[in-house]
Design a protein around this ligand. Structure first.
Ligand code: SF4
Length: 246
């Protein structure tokens, strides 16, 4: 394994994650995000100048300690955020080290890749086994309301991953009144159907577990009055049925 002292900004590390990719996984949450999703449960990851500095080598050493726990389950390591593509060089070196150790690598991203040099993106994707890609919304004006940005990089990134035959799990957060209408869900499904590299689709129910962080950071939380979608609604979506039956 090549030695690298490249520094990354780490928000936190979870040793036994079961929601971010196949099997049991160590999940590394990186600092920094340029979206402002209304439902974000980690707004403390937003500032790009925060987090704890750690070298690739130190992080690798720590992750390798968890290997006996995640390997038998078919798991591996997921790098999430914040937005991990903001630290693409660091993630590339980390994934390279993990691949050298025979560990499955997964990138959990909102697909905000447009600022990256194509050679760096190429190098990162060469050592990425799976991408968990969040589709926030497919319509610019609604995407802007939901995330603070009207550009929608994720579908473009999804097509780029398709060209490279990189497996993708698409994720879609179901927020009542924002993303649960027929048109929005249909547009998401159409996008998924157009991508032959999509291995899995996850509809995730909106929840308010991160609301306390917004309050602690003095940020206005606009979804206080929005209730999570019902279990029945989520079950219909997961079965591929129309979300709002006629
Ligand atoms: S992309 Fe993720 S980390 Fe960034 S604001 Fe949205 S939910 Fe939060």
């Amino acid at each position: 394994m090549n030695s690298t002292g490249l520094l990354g900004k780490i928000h936190s590390i979870e040793s036994m994650g079961t929601h971010d990719g196949p099997g049991i996984r160590a999940v590394v949450f990186l600092q920094g995000c340029r979206f402002r999703c209304l439902y974000c449960h980690n707004p403390d990851t937003w500032p790009e100048d925060g987090g704890t500095l750690m070298t690739v080598d130190a992080l690798l050493e720590r992750l390798l300690r968890y290997k006996p726990y995640f390997m038998p389950s078919g798991g591996g390591v997921t790098v999430s955020g914040g937005e991990p593509l903001l630290q693409a060089a660091f993630v590339t070196e980390l994934f390279r080290g993990l691949k050298d150790a025979g560990i499955h690598t997964c990138l959990d991203t909102a697909g905000d890749y447009t600022f990256l040099e194509s050679s760096l993106l190429d190098q990162l994707l060469q050592v990425t086994d799976l991408v968990l890609l969040d589709i926030k919304h497919t319509k610019p004006h609604k995407h802007r309301v939901l995330t603070g940005r009207s550009d929608i990089p994720a579908p473009v990134f999804a097509r780029l991953l398709k060209q490279r035959s990189i497996p993708v799990w698409l994720r879609y957060v179901v927020v009542p009144g924002y993303t649960d209408d027929e048109a929005a869900v249909s547009a998401f499904k159409e996008l998924a159907a157009s991508l032959s590299n999509v291995q899995n689709i996850e509809f995730l129910p909106f929840h308010k577990m991160g609301e306390y962080k917004w309050k602690a950071l003095n940020l206005p939380y606009k979804l206080s009055s929005v209730e999570p979608p019902s279990e029945e609604f989520m079950a219909r979506l997961s079965k591929g049925e129309q979300p709002h039956p006629a």
